[in-house]
Design a protein around this ligand. Structure first.
Ligand SMILES: [Zn+2]
Length: 148
């Protein structure tokens, strides 16, 4: 008789790319209908349509990290291309790349955060994992010490 088989929790699959596409569009990763954000970067606690708990996310500083990565890979090659092809005065560079960087960064921050929250949801990360849901507190509704 061999060792006892390891038991794995059976969970419904959550297809990653459709979930991330919904998050990128600012929609609930589960239903694709409810709004994911209550403010610019404030994720709602629960989907207003399907009730999926969304406060479990731990996006932290991943969204700005990926936004810097993406924007850098757009703006730097463009700046190098414009310089090598046209050699414009430095004022033209300043007028182009500063504002483009700001606009792209602000424009991508919410979609990238939505995709990351959806990624965490689809992969059952953090409190999205029912086996570890007690690691997360629900959003605080009042002050006070945590009961243990
Ligand atoms: Zn939903």
């Amino acid at each position: 008789m061999g060792p006892a088989p390891i038991q794995f929790a059976v969970r419904p699959p959550r297809p990653l790319l459709p979930a991330m596409a919904r998050g990128f569009r600012g929609r609930c990763p589960n239903c694709g209908e409810g709004r994911l954000f209550g403010a610019f970067l404030k994720v709602v606690d629960r989907c207003p349509v399907c009730g999926t708990e969304l406060f479990h996310h731990r996006a932290d500083d991943a969204p700005p990290y990926f936004v810097i990565l993406i924007v850098g890979h757009i703006v730097v090659p463009l700046a190098l291309l414009v310089e090598t092809e046209f050699s414009p005065p430095y004022g033209v560079h300043a007028a182009l790349w500063g504002p483009l960087t700001v606009v792209l960064s602000l424009g991508l921050l919410q979609p990238v955060k939505g995709a990351i929250v959806a990624w965490q949801w689809a992969q059952y990360m953090h409190g999205f994992d029912p086996d570890h849901a007690d690691e997360d507190d629900p959003p605080a509704t009042s002050g006070g010490a945590r009961a243990s």
